[in-house]
Design a protein. Sequence first.
Length: 151
Amino acid sequence: MNKKERLVAAIENGTVIDHIPTEKTYAVANILDLRSLDTEVTIGYNYLSKKIGRKGIIKIEDKFFTDEEISRLSVVAPNVVLNIIRNYEVVEKKTVETPDVLTGIVKCNNPKCITNNEPMATVFNVTDKQRGIIRCHYCDKEQDISEVELL
């Protein structure tokens, strides 16, 4: 790799989150609670990207995400790419996709929904991944994923 192309320092083991829409970079850092980690975290912002124009990139040393964390990430920034690093090499790349069902991740926007009035997990069916439309399993209210509150 050309030295001029390397944007931030390499990590030995951990995860690089790449192709984050620039405006979502800090939301990604917040949803994954990266401030609470005691390992190195590098956040790059507003880099040029052939794929999406401008992008963010986050490198997290010694951190590998659970499926639940990846589901939370998919709500804020679907289609980002996770690069799993071991011994300074990318051993796996996966594009984050919104799962078909979101359980206990977002709050229903309907104040009368049972999930807002009883102690229970929310369940949303993802009805249109392209447009980001989800439907509450309990009250049937359709909602735009970009306008829901994360739990």
